[in-house]
Write a new protein. Structure first.
Length: 422
């Protein structure tokens, strides 16, 4: 494949993902590997024609001594091209799955770095897509899992979120390496890409040994993405009928109420999607819960029992299922009540809040300070999770309880609909 044809395909991908009203500036996540350095060169040429500014970031995960030099190589290339570059550093605490922890840390670090950028490009390729499909197939994933990586993904944060853009998903790793070699671009090969301790490396080597076609697996991902879109539309329709966002005193409590009979009347896949999305929304969670505990909680809920999952407390009455933020997940989450600040990912502090206050969950201490004429229309354990402002231990404001000035704390209405969570 010639460089011109690759550049034309890249331009078409960028037009489909970002056009017709292109942003004034873009961020690029560049590791120094062949794929990301090729993306830097492709984006540089395209952005120069389009009049779009670029800022580049490299995340040094601190796992290899060579990483610092690799970040410096990216910085030098960016200086030569005339683009700003920053290196972000992360230290693994040794807990959990390394690759998963590194992926999440990279996303969070870049989200904090982006400033006013609304789009950041990542260099995932068709090969990465195929590997992801096969890995998820082996784990028994459903439609969303087999849809693998979306070309555009919204990443929520306390500033309204940003878009993770993958313009290379239709290009192969071989295409990009040939392009990089033809242009004599500097790049490095990370030795961890051959380390069989990692599931992705084993999957890649299995694909090569079996002669599996990455393009075919990528096409499967595309078909699964279309199927997921249809299933999401079904879930959205059902959610609009049976899910209510609870309000008291004309303000949102943050709880979701689901009609039990309405939930029982729909097919299991829609039940699972709706419950997963509801849990994510109440907990402000970026990822859905795992299938097994999710289905177990759903079974208990339909049978009249409750439980906790994903930082959410689920209780059941004769007619409805209530999803409340789990108080135990918030009990130690106190912070200064900064005007305009965000708490627990979904509560915005009012601009007129006076200085010196603290925001935390209402808890039993705050609940005990409710006005005598407050009607107890919700379970006390649900009320304990409401956001409240305190001066020391004295309750100053709790909107659902009707205490404090209007707008002291309000639920952000920017969360994605239940059906759209991954």
């Amino acid at each position: 494949m010639t460089g011109d044809s690759l550049e034309a395909r890249f331009a078409a991908s960028m037009g489909a993902l970002l056009g017709p009203d292109f942003p004034p500036a873009l961020g690029l996540a560049v590791s120094g590997g062949g794929d990301s350095m090729a993306m830097l060169a492709l984006t540089h040429g395209w952005a120069r024609i389009m009049g779009i500014g670029l800022r580049v970031v490299t995340v040094d995960h601190g796992l290899r001594p060579e990483a610092e030099a690799e970040a410096a190589m990216v910085a030098a290339e960016c200086r030569a091209l005339g683009h700003a570059h920053d290196t972000l550093r992360w230290h693994w605490d040794g807990t959990g799955n390394l690759q998963d922890a590194a992926r999440r840390a990279r996303r969070d670090l870049i989200g904090a770095w982006r400033d006013d950028l609304e789009h950041v490009l990542f260099a995932h390729t068709q090969d990465d897509q195929a590997e992801t499909v096969l890995m998820r197939l082996l784990r028994g994933s459903g439609v969303e899992g087999l849809a693998a990586m979306a070309p555009r993904r919204h990443v929520p944060d306390d500033r309204g979120g940003w878009w993770l853009i993958r313009p290379l998903l239709d290009l192969t790793r071989a295409d990009l390496r040939h392009y990089a070699d033809t242009l004599r671009l500097p790049y490095v090969d990370d030795p961890s890409n051959e380390d069989r301790r990692f599931a992705r490396v084993r999957t890649r080597q299995t694909m090569e040994a079996l002669g599996l076609d990455p393009a075919g697996l990528a096409r499967t991902a595309g078909r699964m993405a279309r199927a997921a879109e249809a299933l999401q539309a079904r879930t959205a329709d059902i959610a609009a009928r049976i899910v209510t966002c609870e309000t008291l005193n004309d303000v949102a409590t943050g709880d979701l109420l689901i009609d039990r009979d309405g939930l029982a009347d729909v097919e299991r896949d829609t039940q699972m999607r709706l419950m997963a999305g509801a849990l994510q929304r109440v907990a402000s969670a970026a990822y859905r819960p795992r299938a097994e505990p999710l289905e177990a909680l759903l079974e208990r809920a339909l049978a009249g029992g409750g439980g906790t999952l994903h930082g959410v407390d689920l209780t059941v009455s004769a007619t409805r299922i209530r999803l409340t933020r789990e108080f135990a997940a918030l009990a130690r989450r106190a912070a200064p009540a900064t005007p305009g600040g965000l708490w627990d990912g979904r509560w915005r502090i009012g601009q007129t809040v006076p200085p010196g206050l603290t925001i935390r969950a209402l808890g039993p201490g705050g609940w005990a300070q409710r006005p005598e004429n407050t009607a107890q229309t919700v379970p006390a354990r649900a009320a304990w999770s409401w956001p409240a402002l305190f001066a020391g231990d004295r309750l100053v404001a709790c909107m659902p309880m009707g205490v404090g000035p209007a707008g002291a704390v309000a639920l952000c209405d920017t969360a994605a609909p239940i059906s759209s969570y991954p």
